[in-house]
Write a protein that binds this ligand. Structure first.
Ligand code: SF4
Length: 143
């Protein structure tokens, strides 16, 4: 199986501690975090992904907003520059220990966080990074 993630969720998964928009959203995200921790490959996709799925059809759904698409573009550029590989739709990534370590180091120093601008969760994510990613749910089992 493959986890389908839109580009900015490559960042969000680094700080996921089990909090989210709704209970259904969070329960689904926790299952995805377990799959990523087990090393299931990521397929980067355009638009709503496996994390967005429970939000589709909600009245306050923002998954198709232009601002979210812009977040994806900024994230794919930043992650691609960090990893020196394409990180936009169609890219395949294995979320192993090395990948997560490099991503979290860059997230912590802010160098891949342009996509986080104006995100309502940014203070929470900044705090989690500042704590050394204490309590995050995506943790490579091959460490
Ligand atoms: S600040 Fe927002 S976009 Fe950035 S990682 Fe956190 S939830 Fe994702």
């Amino acid at each position: 199986m493959t986890v389908r993630l839109r580009p900015h969720h490559l960042l969000c998964m680094l700080t996921f501690i089990g909090k989210g928009y709704t209970e259904t959203f969070t329960e689904n995200y926790i299952r995805i975090a377990a799959r990523l921790s087990a090393g299931e490959d990521i397929l980067v996709v355009e638009g709503p992904d496996d994390i967005c799925a429970p939000m589709l059809g909600e009245v306050d759904m923002h998954c198709l907003n232009e601002s979210v698409t812009d977040r994806d573009i900024k994230a794919s550029e930043a992650v691609g520059a960090l990893l020196k590989m394409p990180a936009g739709p169609g890219a395949s990534i294995t979320p192993g220990a090395d990948f997560l370590q490099r991503m979290r180091a860059a997230f912590g120093d802010g160098s891949i966080r342009e996509a986080c601008q104006r995100c309502e969760w940014s203070p929470l994510c900044t705090g989690i990074a500042g704590s050394g990613f204490d309590g995050v749910l995506v943790m490579a089992l091959d460490r």
